[in-house]
Design a protein around this ligand. Sequence first.
Ligand code: AKG
Length: 262
Amino acid sequence: MTTHTFKHLTTEQVDAFWLNGYLVLENFLDSTDVTTLRASIDVLTDWINTTEHPSFQVEPESKNCENTVIRKISSIHTHGGAPWDQLMRRDDVLNVMEDLVGLPVQFHHSKVMMKAPYDGSKKEWHQDLPQGFVTQTEADRLRQLGSDLTPEQVPVLAIQYYLDDATLGNGCLQLVPGSHRHGLFRDPLDESLIDARQVVPAEISTGGALLFHCLTWHHSAPNTSPLLRRGPVFEYMAPAHGVDLTQNNFDDGWGQILRNGV
Ligand SMILES: O=C(O)CCC(=O)C(=O)O
């Protein structure tokens, strides 16, 4: 019998990812990484307060009258400069991706999801795949396949890094294990699909990371606490099978090969 040697993850972690559609990696970033990335977001926040750009999304219903409250910074790997570009290409990150989706590992997109104290709004239940990854026509076709659309056909996944402790109070991600095997649904997901007993909150400490598949059902609640939650997300992919990912809303390096087969 041959056993596969993975580069970063254990066999149990790889199996758990494909079984559940997500995986938690505690202590993935060290305190220097966290400090550097937080400092970069602070600089960007000052800039965003005086600049309008389609990549910057603010909280429309903010209660904070003094400052712009940022909800999302798209394409952080370009707006944020060196620390983010380095994060995108880190060997340990690419090792994780290679372990899960194989080679070549390609870049998909990046963003920072912010949940400001008391102001951070919810993100509806959704799957990432219909959110600009494919055309409407392709999404319609894939929905017809039901659970015959397998997650292995679309090896696209996100890694969200936590620059603060993520808790239910400040709007951590919540996921439904195994939902990546149910096929593709309308976006956002109809909440009647969600069985509250199956929902798992991803309460993850600062420095931890969450991997989730682009078909996994997930959402985050509003931040009802005084504590900020910053969660940069980078998505990666390997070639899809029977799914057209090429017509999408992403530029800024989409499809760039970050690690090739040797
Ligand atoms: O961080 C969040 O609140 C939501 C993130 C998310 O749903 C996503 O990246 O797809």
